[in-house]
Design a protein around this ligand. Structure first.
Ligand SMILES: Nc1nc2c(ncn2[C@@H]2O[C@H](COP(=O)(O)OP(=O)(O)OP(=O)(O)O)[C@@H](O)[C@H]2O)c(=O)[nH]1
Ligand SMILES: [Zn+2]
Length: 345
């Protein structure tokens, strides 16, 4: 317990360190028992975490519960997210059990992450996954068609979370004319977001996806129907099915049809597969710093006459001027205003 020194009453008052999180006690510090082990959360369903650890026998999965007291540096945030490095206290179990059980006692600081605002709660962070390098924003040419505002939100979340965004446009086999997409997505190459064109069913462009994901951890994210499962199966095949079965068996009774999970790639590296998502409420962005995440506005926003400027109605706004002159893409500006309107401060 930390104590506050030199308080006006002349005696020591303990600083409140603990926070409650869905019935669990979350604290900043504590002691880690010697027999604990370190693992990575590969799937999280409710209070059950499937963790992967390295033992002398190789890779081992441990089915963990999250209960009681958990030591975590993260405040108002998801307690355990896929990708988190966790400290586990394993239960005593006979050697022959297929999957040992344990309890999550601590979560380490996240190196990178993708977060959105938790549904219905404007003050808490929902971490979709952590400790990975690339976000592959999946889109398709057709059924469903993509939404650039959604893509823009994810690009901002990447910048905040320290992750590199990449766009993957699937179902190129359905497109008669790819020049439309080249032009429509041109703005992203301009702001250094690479675009990968591929067809998960035909196999075209898959070598480039393999090269991109090799020896790294990549989160696959996009709306339902873009072909995420088809792509994952093409890259991994049987292994994806096996991890799904293990997760479903150990985490029985829970809603297992759609959950975030980390999978090994047979050629090295890992992917984090996530269920189809359409909505993405911004986390950790406010009205005054939003424009800084639109790098195509970089040249202009510091030249506005009045600062701070929201670039919506202010006289002498350099962003509005650039928009009028066609130097800023109208859809990108619309997407900026669209996010701005959802922010409370
Ligand atoms: N023509 C074409 N169809 C594709 C391609 N990739 C996927 N599909 C089809 O698109 C549909 C959706 O594919 P899924 O892989 O199930 O999509 P998903 O993103 O996993 O969707 P959810 O499971 O709902 O999250 C299926 O009918 C696939 O066969 C592609 O490259 N070309
Ligand atoms: Zn302005």
């Amino acid at each position: 317990m930390k104590f506050l020194k030199d308080n006006p009453l002349g005696k020591q008052i303990p600083i409140r360190q603990s926070r409650a999180y869905k019935g669990k006690l979350v604290t900043d510090e504590g002691t880690i028992p010697e027999n604990s082990i370190t693992g990575t959360a590969v799937s999280v369903i409710g209070n059950t975490v499937l963790a992967e650890t390295q033992t002398e026998k190789g890779k081992e999965f441990i089915e963990c519960t999250v209960s009681g007291r958990v030591i975590s540096p993260h405040k108002n945030s998801t307690l355990v997210a896929v990708g988190d490095v966790i400290i586990i206290l394993p239960e005593e179990s006979p050697d022959e059990v297929e999957i040992r059980k344990g309890r999550v006692i601590a979560v380490e600081q996240r190196r990178t992450k993708i977060s959105r605002r938790a549904v219905g709660k404007s003050t808490s962070e929902h971490v979709i996954a952590s400790n990975f390098e690339i976000l592959l924003i999946l889109a398709s040419t057709f059924q469903p068609s993509y939404n650039k505002r959604f893509i823009d939100r994810l690009i901002i979340a990447c910048e905040i979370g320290g992750v590199k965004p990449v766009i993957g446009l699937n179902k190129t086999d359905l497109a008669k004319d790819m020049t439309f997409f080249d032009e429509d997505l041109y703005i992203y190459s301009n702001i250094q977001v690479p675009i990968y064109y591929f067809s998960a069913t035909e196999g075209t462009g898959i070598d480039e996806i393999i090269e991109l994901t090799k020896d790294r951890t990549t989160l696959f994210f996009g709306p339902s129907g873009v072909g995420k499962s088809t792509l994952v199966n093409r890259l991994i095949g049987d292994y994806a099915q096996r991890i799904k079965e293990i997760s479903e068996r150990t985490q029985k009774g829970q809603h297992t049809t759609s959950f975030v999970k980390m999978l090994d790639l047979p050629y090295g590296g890992r992917i984090i597969d996530s269920p189809g998502v359409r909505e993405f409420a911004m986390w950790d962005v406010d009205k005054l710093n939003l424009a800084m995440h639109y790098h195509d506005f970089d040249e202009y926003y510091l030249n506005c006459k009045y600062l701070p400027c929201t670039h919506t109605h202010e006289p002498g706004c350099a962003v509005l001027k650039a928009l009028e002159e066609g130097k800023i893409d109208a859809e990108r500006y619309e997407s900026y205003v669209n996010i701005l309107e959802t922010l409370e401060s």
